[in-house]
Design a protein around this ligand. Structure first.
Ligand SMILES: Cc1ncc(COP(=O)(O)O)c(C=O)c1O
Ligand SMILES: N[C@@H](CCCC[NH3+])C(=O)O
Length: 445
C-alpha cells in the first residue's frame, strides 16, 4: 500500500472511547501513561481499565432495571478469571459462572460466596461435582444425562439438595464464527431440544429427589451482534419451560447465556440495552403465550464485560520488508498471550502507545515471537513504520486472551494490571522462567 493511501486512516482506526492521547503523544488508559506502564511492569502487559469494567456491568444492571424485570447477571469467568476479577464483578452485583474446578477454586478463593457461583461444563468430573456440592454452590447447570445421574448420586451420598438448571441445545445458529457457535443442533453442549432429549431430562427428574430444577439454560454462541437468535432461543425454551411447570418443577429462571458482541475493529456492537430489550420483549411475549409469569431473566456475559476494557502492550523488536509482498514487525508476545487470530481469524486494532497519533505510513503485519508461522496478532495493519522499542497497544484484548494463554515455546505468561485514576495495581504477576519449571522433575538415575 502506498503512503498516499494509508495516511487517510480507515474508520476502524478510531480509538476506543476509554483511551486518550495526551500532549506527549502517548496513549493513556484511566489517566495512566501506557508507556510508563510498559517501562514499569515490562511487556507484554495486559492493562485493564477498572472503571470501564465496572461501568459495563452497571450498564447491564441499568438495562434490566429500566425494564423492571427480575434478572440476574453472572460473569462468565472463562473470559478472564483471576482473584481480582472475581472480586470486582461480585462487588458490582454479579454472580460468577465457572466451568471447571480451577475456575471454581479461583472464585471461592477470591471470597465470592459459593451461593453466587454456578458451575457449567459438558463433562464435569465427579471430583468437580463433589467440590461444587460440598462448597454449597448456587447452581449447577446440568449438560447431559450422564451428569444428571452422577449429580443425583453425589447429592444423595452427601445428603444435600442441589439447585440445577438444564442446559438446552435449542437449535439456534447465532451469527458468529462457526467455532464458537454453541447452540446449534449439532453441538456437544446441552440436551437436544428437537429430539425430545430435553423433555426426557425433565421426566427423569421426577426420580431424582436431590435435584431441585429451577429453570432452563441455553447459550447460543459468542460475539453475537444480532439479537434475533436470542429471541428464537427464548421462544423455544418457553415451550419447554411450560412443559416443566406442568410436570410440577419449581421453575423460576430462564438463563439465556452470554454471547453479547463487542467492537474489535470497524464494527460497533449494538448497545447492551438494545439487546436486553430484545431478549426481554421476546420472553414477555413467549411466556404470556403459555399463561406463565415472566421468569427471572439470567444472563452470563463474559466477553462484553472483560473484552473492551483490556489493552495489551508489547515491545516492538525485529522487522522485515518483503518487496511487493508484505511487511512484518514482531513483538515480544504473540499467540501465547493471544491465540485468537490463530484460532478464529480474529481481527484487532493497534497503535504505538509512544506515538499514538502518528499517521500510518504503510501496512504492517504484527507477528509474535513463537516458532509458528501462524503466530500472528494482526494482518496488514495501517501503522507508522516501526522503530525497535516502540510500544504496540492492541485494543479489546481483555477477554479470552490471558485466559487462553499458553506456555508454547516455554514463553512465560504476561503480567496483568488494573488501571484506575492514574494508578495501576498488579493483579497477576508476570511469570518467571522459574515458574515454568515448577512442575518439572529431573530424571531419577
Ligand atoms: C455457557 C456459556 N455462558 C456464557 C458464555 C460467555 O460468552 P461470552 O463471553 O460470549 O459472553 C459462554 C461462552 O461462550 C458459555 O459457553
Ligand atoms: N474463546 C472464544 C469464545 C469461547 C466462548 C466459550 N463458550 C473466543 O475467544 O472468542
Amino acid at each position: 500500500m502506498s503512503q498516499q493511501e494509508v495516511t487517510q486512516q480507515p474508520v476502524w482506526t478510531q480509538l476506543p472511547e476509554h483511551v486518550e492521547i495526551r500532549d506527549n503523544h502517548h496513549l493513556y488508559i484511566a489517566d495512566c501513561d501506557t508507556v510508563a506502564l510498559a517501562d514499569t511492569y515490562g511487556t507484554p502487559l495486559i492493562v485493564y481499565d477498572e472503571q470501564l469494567l465496572r461501568q459495563t456491568i452497571q450498564s447491564f444492571h441499568q438495562a434490566f432495571q429500566r425494564l423492571q424485570v427480575p434478572y440476574q447477571i453472572s460473569y462468565a469467568s472463562k473470559a478472564f478469571c483471576t482473584i481480582a476479577m472475581c472480586q470486582l464483578v461480585y462487588e458490582e452485583g454479579c454472580g460468577i459462572d465457572v466451568v471447571s474446578g480451577g475456575e471454581l477454586y479461583t472464585a471461592l478463593t477470591s471470597g465470592v460466596p459459593a451461593s453466587a457461583i454456578h458451575l457449567h461444563g459438558n463433562n464435569k468430573t465427579s471430583e468437580e461435582i463433589r467440590y461444587a456440592v460440598e462448597s454449597g454452590i448456587g447452581a449447577i447447570i446440568v449438560d447431559n444425562f450422564y451428569e444428571l445421574a452422577l449429580l443425583q448420586e453425589i447429592a444423595a451420598e452427601k445428603q444435600k439438595n442441589v439447585n440445577i438448571l438444564l442446559r438446552i441445545s435449542p437449535g439456534v445458529e447465532a451469527h458468529t464464527h462457526e467455532y464458537i457457535a454453541t447452540g446449534g443442533q449439532d453441538s456437544k453442549f446441552g440436551f437436544d431440544l428437537a429430539s425430545e432429549q430435553a423433555r426426557e431430562a425433565i421426566v427423569q427428574l421426577s426420580d431424582m429427589p436431590n435435584l431441585i430444577c429451577t429453570g432452563l439454560h441455553a447459550h447460543i454462541g459468542s460475539q453475537i451482534f444480532d439479537a434475533e437468535g436470542f429471541a428464537v432461543s427464548v421462544e423455544r425454551l418457553a415451550a419447554l419451560y411450560a412443559y416443566g411447570c406442568e410436570r410440577g418443577l419449581p421453575f423460576q429462571v430462564l438463563n439465556v447465556g452470554g454471547g453479547f458482541g463487542i467492537r474489535y475493529t470497524d464494527e460497533d456492537a449494538p448497545p447492551v440495552a438494545q439487546t436486553i430489550e430484545g431478549i426481554v420483549a421476546a420472553a414477555r411475549a413467549a411466556f404470556a403465550q403459555y399463561g406463565l409469569i415472566l421468569p427471572t431473566i439470567w444472563i452470563e456475559p463474559g466477553r462484553s464485560i472483560a473484552g473492551p476494557a483490556g489493552v495489551t502492550l508489547y515491545r516492538v523488536g525485529s522487522q522485515k520488508r518483503i518487496p511487493d509482498t508484505r511487511n512484518y514487525l514482531a513483538v515480544d508476545g504473540g499467540m501465547t498471550d493471544n491465540p485468537r487470530l490463530a484460532l478464529y481469524g480474529a481481527k484487532y486494532h493497534a497503535v504505538y502507545a509512544n506515538r499514538a497519533d502518528a499517521p500510518a505510513q504503510d501496512t504492517w503485519s504484527v507477528a509474535g515471537k513463537c516458532c509458528e508461522s501462524g503466530d500472528m496478532l494482526i494482518w496488514d495493519a495501517p501503522l507508522p513504520n516501526p522503530q525497535p522499542g516502540d510500544v504496540l497497544a492492541v485494543f479489546a484484548t481483555g477477554a479470552y486472551n490471558y485466559s487462553m494463554a499458553s506456555h508454547y515455546n516455554r514463553i512465560a505468561k504476561p503480567a496483568v494490571v488494573f488501571a484506575r485514576a492514574g494508578q495501576a495495581q498488579v493483579v497477576v504477576e508476570r511469570e518467571t522462567w522459574a515458574d515454568l519449571l515448577r512442575q518439572d522433575r529431573p530424571l531419577q538415575r
